[in-house]
Design a protein around this ligand. Sequence first.
Ligand code: GLU
Length: 299
Amino acid sequence: MITGRFAPSPSGKMHLGNLFSFLLAWCAVRSAGGEMVLRMEDLDPQRTSPEYAAMIRRDLLRFGLDWDREVPCQSTRTAAYDAAFARLEAMGLLYPCYCSRSQVHAASAPHLGQSEFVYSGTCRDLSPEQRSAKKRPPAWRLRVPDEEWSVHDGLQGDYCELLSRDCGDFVLRRADGVYAYQLAVVVDDADNGVTQVVRGRDLLASTPRQMYLFSLLGRPAPEYYHVPLLLAPDGRRLSKRDGDLDLEALLTRFSPEEIIGALAHAAGLIEKNEAISASELAAEFDWNKVKKEDICLTL
Ligand code: GLU
């Protein structure tokens, strides 16, 4: 049986882009008679809140996107992340990093437009004396090998990275003790029994390093489908700033079924842009129809 997941970050309200990925994730699971798990990715206490989590649950249900179980949110899972961290540390793969930029964004998934940089390795080979001379608490990075890691994505095909060149040693725990998205998502997908991950195409670039972590931790990796991003009719990425994505505003003009119909039509799942419920759409769902390239949306 397929187990899929919704893994929203309750760092803001759900927007049209999130809805699009969640709709495809839900249809893929329901059309195969699988189960859906909801996991709140609230790693960063400063950026997430239970109020946003409650709004996201409400919005999913408004669109008929239900789940079979909600698993513990990430803020309660520190013991599981500690255990994975200790295992990697015992393998000699972690090192403390004192560079100030190591903090940036590590607790949230790196979406497009957020610059990710390949770490130059400044702190990789510090001596014990050099480490003890540092005054600030360190972040912890995973040493990546000079190896290619690839993923066969169900929609995008094969995607491969030479970890040392394309990704670099990445942060697993920030200096403030908050675990990084990359570690937490792997531990959680494994512990939650997730077998199918459907998420935005901008996270494809995080997948080789997640595959590497699954293998280090001796856990099976799920299958992946990275779905297109939504673009405005003029080709811009839809952005929160423009209000293009605001579900609240859209729901004053359209019904949930009209919005689902527009998304399903844009994805290539239905021929006409007409109202349809999530469960009717699940009956039509077929990965072969889903477009791979980013999608211009007209509502
Ligand atoms: N919580 C992440 C986000 O909302 C999703 C990560 C994932 O699907 O792996 O960006």
